[in-house]
Design a protein. Structure first.
Length: 468
């Protein structure tokens, strides 16, 4: 290339980079076209193009650029690591790990690659390898709180609770301000039933991006559980539907201390919430500031009452329509929900519908689908058109003999109705179900069926079949 053009190329690259960093991606691409006209093989330009594609989530295009670079620079660990990220972003974790293992072979101290390997193996449910990778990260950066926390999370999922607890303690020691560290302490405390101690840490949830609804920053104070017989308390729903169904059990206890309960929930819950004793008004819109005196997120109620697992309200049903008269009709009617919303980044709770075949082949049973977001198998009755809101779904459940559900709102609804419900839990359950046992402290009518690590869902379903 003629020497006089080089400064121009560097200037164009700088302009492209600045435009990309300011998210002016079309402009950045135009600058790169000019660079490629000067030097079609420019490695820095290819890297910039890959970064633009990454920002656009154009993973195959980003990979194309990176592969050209790696052909010219086969030992470029930065590019190998980036290649792994493109595969990870498409959910192809084995291919991602292949790139990251090349990275760590070339550079055994590449912290990001080791951490990526650990997280990818978690998605593949290969927890021993995930733990080994995270241990490598901790050894490389022992003063990093996140490294200890991620190791603890993998150990927790694998059932190594004492080891996980040590990791979370160390993460908090290194960074006591990070809400992610407090959240993990809450999680392991609650999983082992350490209430009421765990509730204080639970308040950190509002500082966790993506985990819960935001704090609404009301001018009115939060309710502290004090007696306010002439005041109105706004209780507002947060997180998922199941959380509201679980905690609305507190309404009668709250009504003993406040004069009026105003409840703010999503529209699909309104009719059902109107059936709850002691709730005076239900709304779907953010209430006017003059309509209440104090407020509280629903999930903060157990902490306000400083409840242990022994003292939480357990009277069921506390919600919904009255059950129909007992029927002797045959066959037995069983409702099934086998999948969650799909919103969780690591969805272990949903079950492949094929795993239900041993159950659906049981004779003399009428199976009813309680699933909205999946195709219904031919040997189950489809109720999608009837399940218009939670009240309609509650009426449907009341006419069943048993509900079998994964950890989703249907399980909470059945439990709140006092309906017999068998809940299928993955080997890494949510905090509210505890880490062992077959009973639920929240729902007396529930029976828990736990997946062991390494066990297929079909094996869990086979165990259920022996109980029917």
């Amino acid at each position: 290339m003629p020497g006089g053009e080089q400064p121009n190329l560097e200037f164009l690259l700088m302009q492209a980079q600045n435009a990309r960093l300011e998210n002016r991606l079309d402009e950045a691409s135009q600058f790169l076209l000019e660079v490629f006209n000067l030097d079609p093989q420019s490695i820095p330009a290819l890297m910039e193009e890959a970064l633009i594609h990454q920002q656009l989530n154009h993973w195959p295009e980003a990979r194309r650029c990176l592969k050209i670079i790696i052909k010219a620079q086969p030992e470029n660990t930065q590019v190998l690591n980036a290649l792994g990220i493109t595969w990870q972003s498409e959910g192809k974790f084995e291919k991602a790990i292949e790139q990251w293992e090349k990275t760590t072979t070339l550079n055994p101290d590449h912290v990001e690659a080791w951490q990526n390997i650990g997280l990818a193996y978690e998605h593949l449910n290969n927890l021993p390898r995930a733990i080994a990778a995270h241990q490598k990260v901790v050894a490389l950066i022992p003063e990093n709180a996140r490294a200890h926390r991620l190791l603890g999370m993998a150990q927790l999922d694998y059932g190594l609770l004492p080891a996980a607890n040590k990791c979370f303690d160390q993460a908090l020691k290194l960074d006591p301000v990070d809400p992610e560290n407090r959240w993990q302490r809450f999680f392991i405390r609650s999983l082992t039933g350490d209430f009421p101690n765990a509730w204080t840490d639970y308040e950190c949830r509002f500082k966790l991006p993506g985990r819960t609804t935001p704090d609404h920053n009301f001018d009115q104070p939060r309710w502290q559980g004090d007696s306010l017989p002439n005041k109105t308390l706004l209780l507002h729903a947060e997180q998922g539907y199941g959380d509201t169904l679980q905690i609305i059990r507190y309404a009668p206890r709250v009504a003993e201390r406040v004069g009026n309960i105003l409840l703010w929930v999503p529209a699909s819950l309104v009719a059902l919430m109107e059936s709850v004793a002691d709730v005076n008004t239900v709304t779907t819109k953010k209430p006017d500031a003059t309509s209440f005196d104090v407020h509280l997120p629903l999930m903060s109620l157990p902490g306000v009452f400083e409840d242990s697992l022994e003292t939480i309200p357990k009277t069921v049903p506390y919600i919904g329509p009255s059950p129909p008269l007992a029927s002797t009709d045959k066959p037995k009617k069983i409702g099934i929900a086998w999948a969650g919303s799909g919103n969780q980044p690591l969805d272990r709770r949903s079950i492949p519908v094929e795993a239900l075949k041993p159950l659906l082949n049981k004779p003399n049973i009428e199976f009813h689908s309680l699933q909205l977001n999946r195709e219904t198998p031919s040997n189950m009755k489809d109720h999608k058109t009837e399940m218009t809101d939670f009240m309609a779904t509650a009426k449907l459940i009341q006419n069943l003999d048993l509900v079998i559900s994964v950890d989703t709102s249907i399980a909470h609804l059945a439990g709140a109705l006092g309906k017999p419900v068998w809940i299928l839990l993955s080997f890494a359950p949510d905090w509210r179900w505890g880490h062992e046992g077959t009973i639920s402290h929240w729902y007396p009518s529930a029976r828990l069926f736990r997946q062991n690590y390494g066990e297929s869902w079909k094996e869990v379903v086979n165990r259920i079949c022996t109980k029917i």
